[in-house]
Design a binder for this molecule. Structure first.
Ligand SMILES: NC(=O)C1=CN([C@@H]2O[C@H](COP(=O)(O)OP(=O)(O)OC[C@H]3O[C@@H](n4cnc5c(N)ncnc54)[C@H](OP(=O)(O)O)[C@@H]3O)[C@@H](O)[C@H]2O)C=CC1
Ligand SMILES: O=CC(=O)O
Length: 334
């Protein structure tokens, strides 16, 4: 049975998994759905109006992919100018999160941190004010479990449904619709927004109670932050002992510890280049939240704790807005 916040469009939805299919979408009229020759999904149920709050590095391409696939999108961002490219492609605009939520059946939020996610959802003009029975709120920001549960409560107090759905994957996966969604919360809402998650991502997981998605995301990023820190040490050590760090990257890529992160970030790191995909300040935030999660269950995480200190040093050296791979700079100069 269709949930109250959805309706059946009975249309053909494109697979947006390759940049080629983006290029085939020449019209951004929200009534027109682009079609790709392969991987068509028939009769998909979409929420009729979709809101998107937070158009930073991640939110912008995610909202763009929804727009390009024909969703009726309404956007809001604290810095309004970031809405303009989407508005010029056919997105609607509302002046506050509350107004977006009020105008839409389902509203996504992609905010920087727990404070901004809470404020945008539950502040004076927050999305919760626009929630009502039959509406859904999907928070895709990386936050801690306590914040997520608190946002959930505010949404539910207004009669809405809530799903936390933090993503794994960075700027490029967001652009390519290749994100991984780690969701938890109201299952009917998960089922309703599934087709939207499939436009933005390649894989989704439903983990049950609110807090489980946030915890999974923080654990993944705690590991990632530690991996990047030790990779940085290895690159610098290889250079100091007279080895070519690019050769180290190559060796790692062929070995059991090979990971796309090392192959993609390694070569620019060797050249001291850190084009921002995942801001260092967000990686440090995730380590901080991961440590707090570990503390809450008395789990020792000494490696992550040391890695966190390194990111704090990098931040103090003015590297917050650089890519998190710039953490290597914190190890230089001795
Ligand atoms: N970049 C990445 O690779 C990934 C990031 N994430 C997570 O996704 C989230 C967003 O990341 P990303 O897009 O990179 O971050 P950005 O810093 O690019 O964007 C942050 C967004 O939050 C908004 N914001 C910040 N503070 C406030 C506030 N006080 N009130 C209202 N809005 C605010 C910004 O608005 P404004 O434009 O006005 O500053 C912007 O829209 C973070 O939680 C991050 O950890 C998850 C996976 C990958
Ligand atoms: O949160 C960052 C990511 O790359 O995932």
């Amino acid at each position: 049975m269709a949930m109250p916040w959805s309706f059946s469009l009975q249309v053909t939805v494109p697979s947006l998994k390759s940049p080629t299919s983006y290029n085939q979408c020449s019209s951004f009229n929200t009534n027109v759905r682009c079609q790709s020759a392969n991987e068509m999904i028939q009769g998909v149920e979409f929420p009729s109006r979709v809101g998107f709050l937070g158009l930073g590095i991640m939110g912008s391409p995610m909202a763009l992919n929804l727009l390009r696939s024909g969703c009726d999108i309404t956007v809001w961002n604290r810095t309004k100018s970031k809405c303009d490219p989407l508005i010029s492609l056919g997105a609607k605009y509302e002046a506050s999160p509350a107004e977006v939520a009020s105008a839409c059946n389902v509203t996504f939020a992609m905010l920087a941190d727990p404070e901004s996610a809470f404020d945008v959802a539950c502040g004076p003009n927050g999305a919760a004010k626009g929630m009502a029975p039959g509406k859904g709120y999907v928070d895709v920001s990386t936050v801690d479990c306590v914040t997520s549960k608190s946002i959930c409560k505010h949404v539910k107090d207004r009669g809405g449904a809530f799903l936390e759905a933090p993503v794994s994957g960075s700027k490029k996966p967001a652009e390519d619709g290749q994100l991984i969604f780690l969701t938890a919360g109201d299952k009917p809402l998960y089922d309703t927004v599934g087709p939207l998650l499939d436009i933005m991502g390649k894989f989704r997981l439903y983990l049950g109670e609110v807090g489980n998605g946030a915890a999974m995301k923080l654990i993944v990023n705690m590991i990632m932050g530690s991996m990047m820190a030790t990779f940085s040490e290895g690159l610098l050590l290889s250079e100091k002992v007279g080895l070519d760090p690019n050769t180290l990257v190559e060796v790692i890529s062929q070995s059991a510890i090979g990971a796309p992160m090392f192959s993609v970030k390694g070569p620019p790191m060797v050249k001291s280049q850190y084009p921002t995909a995942f801001p260092l300040k967000h990686q440090q935030k995730d380590l901080r939240l991961g440590l707090s999660l570990a503390e809450s269950v008395s789990q020792p995480v000494p490696i992550a704790a040391v890695a966190n200190e390194l990111y704090k040093v990098a931040k103090s050296r003015g590297l917050s807005e650089e890519d998190f791979s710039a953490v290597i700079e914190a190890l230089k100069g001795s």
